[in-house]
Design a protein. Structure first.
Lengths: 112, 110
């Protein structure tokens, strides 16, 4: 299972764009890249998932270069409520998808 | 809301006791995974159930066991509780390519 490396913490201010980069050098051909958000004492919340190039939804964008060894989660115009831990995970679409490996995540703090 | 529910919300037990945690998966999801999250750490995979069979397990001792029922709901059982078992226990049900997590059960072992 491919493991991931991401910054332990990041700070931003309201209204700014935040980019969190994740390294996954050993990503396998079948692996998808998934990002979750977690608030204290709550379950992780799915944000976005992608395989290659760029994926965008109403919450975030995910940029994946051609070699897929890294990915960047982009949060446009963050607000105070975006303060949370963000996890980058890789896993395949088969039966082993259940075995998601969470690192320690990135603590994003948004300041007024 | 993910459609994944867990009960109870909070639980306090003493060392050596046994505990059962419950999870109802999102409608149509036949795969359920359980995770343990200690304070300040990311969730750690315990095991996964697919169509009532365990088909993947993390680095947890046998006193952590589970069940999945025909309606795809699931239980996590922990025997001989230890102080280090104090954690947030998360259940996730799997869609096509994504897992959706429940709110968790906070277990405190005294």
């Amino acid at each position: 299972l491919a493991k991931t490396t991401q910054p332990i913490s990041m700070d931003s201010y309201e209204g700014q764009e935040v980019n969190i980069t994740c390294s996954h050098n050993n990503i396998a051909t079948n692996d998808y890249i998934t990002w979750y958000q977690q608030f204290p004492s709550q379950g992780p919340r799915f944000i976005i998932q992608g395989y290659k190039t760029k994926v965008t939804n109403e919450v975030a964008s995910l940029f994946i270069p051609a070699d897929r060894k890294s990915s960047t989660l982009s949060l446009p115009r963050v607000s105070l409520s975006d303060t949370a831990v963000y996890y980058c995970l890789v896993g395949d679409g088969g039966s082993t998808l259940g075995r998601l490996y969470f690192g320690r995540g990135t603590q994003l703090t948004v300041w007024p | 809301e993910t459609g994944v529910t867990q009960s109870p919300t909070h639980l306090i037990k003493t060392r050596g006791q046994q505990v059962t945690l419950r999870c109802s998966s999102q409608s149509g999801h036949n795969t359920v995974s359980w995770y343990q999250q200690a304070l300040g750490q990311g969730p750690q995979f315990i095991f996964q159930y697919y169509r009532e069979e365990e088909n993947g397990r993390g680095n947890f001792p046998p006193r952590f066991s589970g069940l999945q029922f025909p309606n795809y709901s699931s239980e996590l059982n922990v025997n001989a509780l230890e102080l280090d078992d104090s954690a947030l226990y998360l259940c996730a049900s799997r869609g096509t390519d994504t897992q959706y997590f429940g709110p968790g059960t906070r277990l405190t072992v005294l």
